[in-house]
Design a protein around this ligand. Structure first.
Ligand code: E4P
Length: 218
């Protein structure tokens, strides 16, 4: 399973990339706006930090405009994956861009039916939003399970990217549910490292080592 960072913040991306386990980046208009730079500049800077799929989202809502915007985003760097929303226009644009060989991540997917449309349009990635479904009292992870099963049954090549992950358990559960990719904010990935027994065990090992090998003769 691939790990993507769901951020456009360069400091977080540099730190995550230094761990050597980050396979890509997802951004959205909210995340780009937080950083205050035009999307073209921010995406180029991100591509210099992480060598992997970098999702950049269109902000047009009409299919033809999305296609034009998508082509421009794709030209920024060979790693750019164009993100289109799961609307009628978004699916039309996805189909067109995919036929041109431009990779598309279809975002804002909230149902298995929508995920089928993304696969039919030739999407490279579909992004079901787990946390936002949990927020309204549904079980977001069920969506990941349904989509991975449907795609498997029919041999769709579209990768399932579990998005809107808010907790370490979301990451684990999406791996168990068979998603190809998990994207999460920096703080969620950072928390995957933590276990009190690791800290306690390391403390003990270092103390025992010090007692024998670092005792200063009086
Ligand atoms: C995915 O590509 C989205 O950017 C993201 O996962 C949305 O997460 P949120 O629901 O926490 O905003």
């Amino acid at each position: 399973m691939k790990f993507f960072l769901d951020t456009a913040n360069l400091e977080e991306l540099k730190k995550g990339a230094s761990w050597g386990i980050v396979d890509g980046v997802t951004t959205n208009p909210t995340l780009i706006a937080k950083e205050g730079r035009p999307i073209e500049d921010q995406i180029r800077l991100i591509c210099d930090i992480v060598d992997g799929d970098i999702s950049a989202e269109v902000v047009s809502t009409e299919a033809g405009q999305m296609v034009r915007e998508g082509r421009e985003l794709a030209r920024l760097h060979r790693n750019v994956v164009v993100k289109c929303p799961l609307t009628r226009d978004g699916i039309t644009a996805t189909s067109k861009l995919s036929r041109e060989g431009i990779r598309v991540n279809v975002t804002l997917c909230f149902s298995p039916a929508q995920a089928l449309l993304a696969a039919k349009a030739g999407a490279y990635i579909v992004s079901p939003f787990v946390g936002r479904l949990d927020d309204i009292g549904w079980t977001g992870m069920e969506l990941i399970r349904s989509i991975t099963q449907m795609y498997k049954n029919h041999g769709f090549q579209t990768q399932v990217l579990a998005a809107s992950l808010r907790t370490p358990n979301h990451v684990i559960d999406s791996a168990l549910a068979g998603s190809h990719i998990a994207t999460a904010p920096f703080k969620v990935f950072d928390s995957l490292f933590s276990h009190p027994l690791t800290d306690k065990g390391l403390d003990q090992f270092l103390q025992d080592h010090k007692k024998v090998f670092e005792t200063v003769a009086v």
